[in-house]
Ligand binder design. Structure first.
Ligand SMILES: [Zn+2]
Length: 495
């Protein structure tokens, strides 16, 4: 996994009442938490160190927090040389624009205005680190600040789409209603200050930070009632972690407990300690999805559920107690939105694996796709147990479910639900065209095709690519569009 990126984020509270904070909507196309709601903030820039004064208590993260707040909202936490907070002036927009287009540095802007930064304007509330589900991981320092007199935040569309004021209670209510998609750290912070003045965040967040310091898994809430637990399961590269899910408010289901490693299993047991689980549900038979299934089933005294084809493939390895059919509905108990019960629908989606199931939760338009999609790379369809044609049909089937959020077993969830399914379909079509084009020129071996189509890629990628091409050739052979000649050579038919 990549190194941590240093970042800072600000809970900007309105001076009046001090219970409302300012939220920003992240543009859907952003790679990290796109389409979700968060607090203003961003990563540390090289220039931030220039303005920091560690001896005076002004850290690099504080400079970053103040600069990001200004870039994203136009609110400037700076003081005049004689002490009082800066008053808004005509030049603010020009400064903000030149900072955004990087034509001027924050230091230059402050110097021109005769301004300085004062640590008194920010209250540190601690750090949160992105758990291991994402390739981009941030170590984010959170701060509380009060809106300076006469200033008002405004978002310029770009990386952000909009901004709004709200209390923690109202934001959490909207989240439970399925109307707002805050990022998981935003949810944790809102839960900490719900019903309290924002300035109390440092004290209110401290118990959670202490638990994380002791090595506990952070609570990762993307969608209400669906807890995500990323665990190290070492699948095919670049996959290291599988997102185990705990779904439901009672009954509740443990989906894809993957780890074989006892240390990782202990992490899962710790999360399960005070939770109700009624059954273990397997999306498919691959080892990084079932590694802890038997041990969890014994420990919790609950059955293991999977599709019949998954049960067949796991025979002699994992005992599946009950079969899940296509369209089966799982009762999830009383919904977090408070309007009665909620449920989860099993959707038979073969292709990546013969017995693969995805799950759909209509109340939150949430699609749990298992290994149908990975947000880390394109999905592996192996020639042994995969089927490219079935995979594409299953992707097309999933396109019919209106989704606001798509949660894969590998990588972070995404709000680009329709786009990512379409991209996966297009990607397969493109690869197929490439194979046909190469075979059209002359009969080729698998190795020749892999070398051509994955030229310049590292050997591990070429090896996986070779598997993908093989699966693609099997599909073409079944469709009588290619035939296998002797000696591992393939030839195009017709066209
Ligand atoms: Zn798999």
């Amino acid at each position: 996994m990549s190194a941590l990126i240093e970042a800072a984020s600000v809970l900007l509270a309105r001076s009046s009442g001090a219970e409302e904070v300012y939220f920003v909507g992240r543009a859907p196309n952003l790679r990290f938490m796109g389409g979700m709601v968060a607090f203003p903030g961003g990563k540390v820039h090289g220039d931030d160190a220039r303005l920091s004064r560690p001896d005076a208590g002004l850290s690099i993260r504080m400079v970053c927090a103040i600069r990001e707040l200004f870039e994203e909202t136009g609110v400037l936490l700076a003081r005049r040389e004689d002490g009082p907070p800066v008053e808004p002036r005509a030049g603010f927009d020009g400064w903000r624009r030149s900072l955004l287009d990087e034509s001027r540095s924050f230091a230059d802007i402050l110097a021109e205005g005769g301004l300085h930064l004062d640590p008194i304007d920010l209250r540190p509330a601690g750090h949160l680190i992105t758990p291991q589900f994402a390739p981009m991981r941030f170590d984010t320092a959170f701060f509380v600040a009060h809106l300076p007199p006469l200033q008002e935040p405004s978002v310029w569309p770009g990386e952000l789409t909009h901004g709004f004021w709200g209390t923690a209670a109202s934001a959490l209510h909207q989240w439970r209603q399925g109307l707002l998609l805050p990022t998981p750290p935003t949810v944790s912070i809102l839960q900490a200050i719900e019903g309290r003045p924002v300035r109390e965040l440092p004290e209110r967040l401290a118990p959670l930070l202490a638990r994380l310091d002791r090595g506990e898994m952070p609570p990762i809430w993307f969608s209400p009632g669906v807890l995500m637990v990323p665990l190290d399961c070492r699948g095919l590269p670049p996959t290291t972690h599988t997102n185990t899910l705990i779904v439901g408010t009672g009954p509740a289901y443990l989906i894809d407990p993957g780890p074989v490693d006892p240390v990782e299993q202990e992490k899962l047991f710790a999360v399960l300690a005070d939770r109700r689980i009624d059954a273990i549900v397997l999306s498919h038979h691959h080892p990084d999805h079932v590694g802890a299934a038997t041990v969890c089933a014994r420990r919790l005294g609950v059955p293991i559920l999977a599709h019949r084809l998954t049960a067949d493939l796991l025979a002699g390895h994992v005992v599946v107690d009950r079969l899940i059919g296509d369209g089966e509905i799982f009762d999830l108990g009383q919904a977090p939105h408070g309007r009665g019960k909620w449920a989860m629908l099993a959707v038979f989606t073969p292709g990546h694996a013969p017995g693969h199931l995805a799950f759909y939760i209509p109340d939150y338009q949430l699609l749990l796709v298992g290994d149908m999609i990975s947000t880390l790379s394109s999905m592996i369809i192996s020639p042994e147990d995969g089927d490219v044609a079935a995979y594409v049909r299953s992707l097309e089937l999933l396109e019919r479910y209106p989704a606001r959020l798509l949660m894969p077993a590998h990588g972070g969830p995404t709000t680009r639900t329709a786009a990512i399914l379409r991209e996966a379909i297009t990607h397969r079509a493109l690869r197929e065209e490439q194979i046909l084009e190469s075979l059209g020129r002359q009969p080729c071996s698998l190795d020749e095709l892999a070398a051509e189509m994955y030229r310049g890629f590292p050997p591990a990628t070429v090896k996986l690519g070779r598997m993908q091409i093989h699966a693609g050739l099997i599909k073409l052979e079944r469709e009588r569009r290619a035939i296998a000649l002797g000696g591992d050579r393939w030839q195009r038919v017709g066209g």
